[in-house]
Design a protein around this ligand. Structure first.
Ligand code: ADP
Length: 889
């Protein structure tokens, strides 16, 4: 190591931008600028013996604040310190340009470090041919700059050494301050070394330094190895006094030590968290082992084993079993916390739970018993029952017969679902209902692929899983309510389900393996036939259930609904009696429906009221047979006071029905009219409704067809001052609007013949607008069958004659006045009967449809056939048609 005394008086200066080389530090730099290349060439490369150069820190524009003692810029372009990295070279170049324009921002520090080149290598850049040098420098000792001047393209400086002589140093070393400082520094440095060694698991090479190198040099070496700010580096360089240098170095080493400790703490914390999960894993493994020893099998791994057992018992077909095995192997390799574990497990559970082979044992089909079963559960419906028996007979003769799927079509509450469940009972099979109402997504039928988050099997596979056998009776409920949109067409998926050729290998997207649906007996229900796609309709045999007459409803209520409702409420006839007359009242005043659902609901309301009354009665405390009557005067008194209550003993395990027997009241609760009003509220419908509503001219009664069966639809027309416009309201579709236009035209064309106008004022609409409204404004309406009703209401309006309130009508009308047949006649006639209407005007060509209407209904109605509109008007008005003569246009 060079001693200060050996320093020459002048040194070539290499500027270091924002960086300091401290004595004892070794640095590798790359010189590319012409001035530094020249310097290296002349001062180091061409010399025999490797020479010394001076490294002087410069502060650039970015580091504005100049420190005391820095030299002002000499006013010439300078090349700044070279760096080994290209980017830094570029930065220094840009600074070079900057310095040309803005020279005063570069400040030379007035103290530097003499450095010796330990290694030199020369390179030529391609393709420019520029020479570059890589120099490894070792800092030797501090100097101060007396004067800075240029030699060719680089700087030289007159310098004086700042290092102490040996004598001076010996003297300082004697001082107690110095000894204390040096001890403190060494202790801190030692601590740092041990921390680093511990961290990097290196041997004690650095420790040797502590013993061999003088402490004031050690201070520089240690600080040079840290990343500290430029300012701190400068102040270290400026610490010429060794005591100052030691205390500064101690402070910096200590700070570095602290920062290492903090960093270590953070890593430890993170590692701690990691090892926590590892620890957990280990503990779980141990727990598993312990549980295994104890034969306790209820954790995850045992679950997987249980799942495997369940899969083995599921008797899957060979291909499915293979697939399931593959999935199980994947599951076994996964950790329960791993994503995908759960979905894989749920999937395997489904595979294990599906009834691949499991079937309910089919009883030998006894047709007589099946018929009895149907008769017991359902009143009437003879034709429907007959068809069901035929269907069952075919199945008996040929169990795998691929007959069409039965589809019950009719309004709600007519017994479609309960008939299907009776079929299941007759076949001795389980029954499962799949609701298809509102299904618009094909995935509801076929399932979602497992790649989707939250994917599920389709409703069919789900239903089969729930029912647990592969041969249930499956009811596809409300098959007409499926619709198609962008998410696919559920109907096409259903086609596959119902096709005996295809359903052997039904492919659910979630399941991803074929499932055999051929053993399932499918039955469907629908409210209407129209919306069912023709291809689907083709696979089914339609059995229509039109709705019940009030008489049929009465029988159904008396024979089936009341006993069932009583049973459901834990009552019996001893508690509640609903006389026939009252049921009739419920039917007439509280329900107006094709089926019996509301009737059942109202009867249930009566049963609830009765149940409350019965439960509120002060009853005996039921005693068990074993309990001895306590000789308590208090209890005796209480029983004595309730002489009308009979004591009864309830055996253990009684059902609801039996419990009701314990509440034996003296008199049953007999429903009367007052009670009806109290429980069900004021009557909702009455026979006078039509009469009241048709009290003024311009109103006629039509019959329409809805998903709920037939309905009565009033048509109201009124005239007001205007310009001859026609206004239509009541949520009408295009077809019905056109019917209104046709009706208006027909009436205007025949205004004279109908005596609606006099010869003078031939225009019916002169100075007035017509408004036609279809009440129940919230319900959308469409269809052509209101044609004749519209004309009738207009004729009534213009002729100021009332339409007969006991007459309802349905029929389409052509522009020339021909009456065309319409659909749903049976339902419409039943609706008219429900409303208490006595006369029904029908298109003549619809008379054939009346064979389907129960005779009991027909006997109470006068059916009036109409061929032309004039016939309708003839029947609709009291005293016949106001027409002078029939026009035969
Ligand atoms: P749907 O499926 O047609 O809407 P449900 O089968 O649910 O109707 O029938 C509604 C209720 O009416 C059920 O309790 C059912 O038992 C009863 N019901 C309907 N028709 C009859 C009938 N002919 N005989 C006895 N009960 C009936």
């Amino acid at each position: 190591m060079a001693e200060s005394s050996e320093l020459p008086g002048r040194l070539a200066i290499l500027p270091f931008r924002n960086k300091v080389l401290l004595p004892g530090a070794i640095i590798r730099i790359r010189c590319t600028s012409s001035s530094s290349v020249k310097l290296v060439e002349q001062e180091l490369w061409q010399r025999e013996e490797k020479g010394l150069i001076g490294i002087l820190p410069v502060r650039d524009a970015a580091a504005e604040s100049s420190t005391a003692g820095s030299l002002p810029s000499p006013g010439i372009g300078t090349n700044l310190g070279e760096r080994s990295s290209k980017t830094q070279d570029e930065i220094s170049e840009s600074l070079k340009h900057g310095s040309k324009n803005n020279q005063e921002v570069i400040h030379w520090h007035n103290r530097g470090v003499a450095a010796r080149a330990l290694h030199l290598s020369r390179g030529v850049e391609k393709p420019s041919g520029r020479v570059t040098y890589i120099v490894v420098l070792e800092g030797l000792c501090r100097f101060s700059v007396q004067e800075l001047s240029t030699r060719g393209t680089y700087y030289t400086a007159r310098i004086t050494s700042l290092d102490m002589t040996k004598l001076e140093m010996d003297q300082v070393e004697q001082e107690p301050d110095f000894t204390a400082l040096s001890r403190q520094f060494k202790a801190t440095a030692m601590e740092l070394i041990s921390v680093l060694e511990q961290k990097q698991k290196t041997g004690g090479r650095t420790k040797v330094l502590l013993e061999t190198v003088p402490v004031h040099k050690l201070a520089d070496i240690f600080v040079a190895s840290f990343e500290i700010s430029f300012e701190e580096q400068l102040s270290m360089l400026d610490s010429v006094d060794v005591k100052v240098r030691l205390s500064k170095a101690t402070e910096l080493v200590d700070r570095h030590l602290q920062s290492i400790r903090v960093a270590e703490k953070i890593t430890q914390k993170v590692e701690g968290q990691l090892s926590k999960s590892q620890k957990e894993f280990l503990l779980r493994q141990q727990m598993r082992a312990i549980k295994e020893e104890l034969g306790d099998n209820d954790d995850d791994e045992d679950d997987v084993a249980a799942l495997e057992r369940k899969m083995q018992d599921a008797s899957m077909p060979a291909n499915v079993w293979k697939h399931a095995q593959r999935e199980l192997r994947r599951l076994k390799k996964m950790q329960p916390q791993q994503p995908g574990y759960n979905s894989s497990r749920v999937y395997l559970e489904l595979l294990a739970e599906l009834p691949w082979q499991k079937a309910s044992e089919e009883l030998e089909l006894d047709l007589k018993a099946a018929k009895e079963c149907l008769d017991i559960e359902h009143y009437g419906l003879e034709k429907v029952k007959q068809r069901i028996i035929e269907y069952l007979a075919v199945r008996k003769l040929k169990p795998d017969a691929r007959g069409p799927v039965l589809c019950f079509v009719g309004p709600p509450g007519v017994g479609k679902t309960s008939l299907a469940s009776s079929i299941a009972a007759a076949l001795g099979r389980k029954f499962v209902r799949i609701s298809l109402g509102g299904v618009k997504d094909e995935a509801d039928i076929r399932g979602h692929r497992r790649t989707y988050i939250g994917s599920m099997p389709g409703r069919l596979i789900d239903g089969l899983k729930k029912v647990g056998v592969c041969n249930p009776v499956m009811l596809l409920d409300e098959i007409d309510k499926t619709g198609s949109d962008v998410r696919g067409d559920p109907a096409s998926a259903l086609l596959e389900v119902l096709d005996p050729e295809q359903n052997k290998t039904f492919n659910d997207h979630y399941l991803n393996v074929p499932f055999d649906l051929s053993k399932v007996v499918f039955v469907a229900t629908a409210n209407r036939m129209q919306p069912i796609p023709p291809a689907l309709l083709d696979r089914m045999e339609i059995i229509e259930l039109p709705g019940y007459t009030p008489e049929e409803k009465l029988r159904i209520a008396m024979q089936h609904l009341i006993p069932r409702v009583l049973d459901q409420h834990g009552l019996s006839f001893d508690f509640l009696q609903v006389p026939e007359a009252m049921v009739q009242l419920v039917i007439q005043r509280y329900t107006r429906e094709a089926g019996v659902r509301n009737l059942e609901r109202n009867l249930a309301a009566l049963a609830r009221a009765a149940a409350v009354r019965v439960a509120e009665q002060d009853h005996s405390v039921p005693l068990s047979k074993d309990v001895q009557r306590l000789a308590s005067p208090l209890l005796d008194g209480r029983l004595a006071g309730e002489a009308e209550v009979e004591m009864e003993v309830i055996p253990m395990g009684v059902n609801k029905h039996e419990i009701s027997n314990t509440f034996r009241v003296t008199l049953p609760f007999v429903v009367d009219e007052a009670m009806l009003e109290k429980i069900l509220g004021p009557p909702r419908y009455d026979d006078r409704e039509t009469a009241d509503r048709v009290a003024t001219p311009g109103i006629s009664v039509g019959l329409v067809w809805t998903a709920f069966g037939g309905e009565v639809q009033f048509v109201e027309a009124t005239a007001m001052v205007g310009k001859g416009d026609l206004h239509l309201t009541g949520q009408l579709g295009d077809v019905i609007k056109e019917s209104a236009q046709i009706a208006m035209t027909w009436v205007r064309a025949r205004a004279m013949e109908l005596k609606l106008v006099t010869a003078e004022e031939s225009n019916l609409l002169e100075g007035r607008d017509i408004h036609i409204h279809f009440p129940a404004g919230a319900v959308p309406k469409d269809g052509p069958s209101a044609g004749i009703t519209l004309v009738t209401s207009l004729v009534s309006l213009f002729s100021h004659r009332r339409v007969r309130s006991d007459t309802a009508m349905t029929g389409e009308m052509t522009l020339r006045g021909l009456v065309l047949p319409v659909g749903g006649v049976k339902d419409k006639v039943l609706a008219a009967h429900r409303y208490g209407i006595k006369r029904v005007i029908l298109p003549e060509r619809n008379l054939k449809d009346l064979v389907e209407v129960p005779a009991a209904v027909l006997s109470g109605l006068e059916i009036l056939p109409a061929k032309r509109m004039e016939d309708v008007l003839e029947h609709a008005f009291e005293g016949g048609c106001p027409l002078k003569k029939y026009s035969r246009l």
